[in-house]
Design a protein around this ligand. Structure first.
Ligand code: PMP
Length: 293
């Protein structure tokens, strides 16, 4: 990342060195805030409105009153990309609770802060799209809806970070996260899919999965390609005995899984349904989206 990066911060595009938030910001003090990760390809922002809508839903759920409209936020994302002269990359859009005292009370933080970063990203090395990832099951569980809704994309990612640390310790790049019932919720930063007898299956949102934007794209593509797709509760047994598995996420796109907890998935190679979906995804990403302008 270059030092001359331009950042949108609270209404202005500033140099990276000037892009600062207060140490009293509750986003920093408590992880109190929400965010989105968005991709742009070929001069177009992929699923921009959907990401911005999810940001507003996350904000609403945590009682954070946005100072901008959804359409203004879409323009802010495009302005930030343009200011950095990029055509392919990743946007991090963050809304913090803003500054307040050293107490939890969100009502004492009068003004949220928003910033937008446009950069390049490579989550997984390219070779893994061809050879597949190995996963381990993390002992850290996803919180239940009664604890903190996994649908809120909040600045507090410690739950996922602790699980990610377990993956790293086990030499894996991603890991399965289970919910309190012990069924599969999602991965630390990606949605999980399995394929069994030609049917694509992903955990239900109520089982602890984020309502992923890429997840929704996979539903659209399956419908178009006439591949059956369902949401269902899945167990680790279902994953171990699946014919195929793959992950999706804004940063990861669509990536195959070939081993989970030392069990080969199917024949241990990326599957045919995955390959069909990856091709369709890449075509969709390259040909649709909101023009940067
Ligand atoms: N689950 C978690 C916990 C995530 O953080 C993400 C986003 N990185 C996803 C799933 C994938 O969601 P999306 O497709 O909207 O990026």
């Amino acid at each position: 990342m270059s030092d001359s990066q331009k950042i949108w911060l609270d209404g202005e595009i500033v140099d990276q060195a000037e892009a600062k938030v207060s140490v009293f910001d509750h986003g920093l003090l408590y992880g109190d805030g929400v965010f989105e990760g968005i991709r742009f390809y070929n001069g177009r922002v992929f699923r921009l409105e959907e990401h911005v809508e999810r940001l507003f839903l996350s904000a609403k759920a945590i009682l954070l009153k946005m100072l901008w409209t959804e359409s203004e936020v879409c323009d802010i994302v495009r302005d930030t990309i343009r200011a950095n002269g990029l055509v392919d990359g990743y946007v991090r859009l963050v809304v913090t609770r803003g500054s307040g005292g050293l107490g939890l009370n969100p009502y004492l933080c009068p003004k949220p802060s928003m910033f937008c970063i446009a950069a390049s990203i490579q989550l997984y090395p390219e070779e893994y799209y061809a050879k597949g990832l190995e996963l381990v099951t993390c002992s850290t569980r996803r919180p239940s809806h009664a604890t903190l809704s996994p649908q809120i994309k909040s600045l507090n990612y410690l739950n996922n970070i602790m699980a990610k640390a377990e993956c790293v310790q086990a030499g894996a790049m991603e890991g399965l996260m289970l919910n309190d019932e012990g069924t599969v919720a999602e991965c630390t930063g990606d949605t999980i899919f399995i394929v069994k007898n030609g049917v694509v299956i992903t955990p239900k949102i109520t089982d602890g999965a984020l309502d992923g934007i890429t997840r929704a794209v996979i539903f659209e593509l399956c419908e178009r390609l006439e591949i059956e797709i369902i949401e269902d509760t899945i167990t680790r047994y279902d994953v171990y005995t699946a014919d195929e598995s793959f992950l999706t996420g804004t940063a990861a796109e669509v990536i195959p899984v070939v081993k989970v907890d030392d069990r080969s998935i199917g024949d241990g190679m990326p599957g045919e349904v995955f390959k069909e979906l990856l091709t369709a995804f890449r075509e969709e990403a390259a040909s649709t989206g909101v023009e940067i302008g």
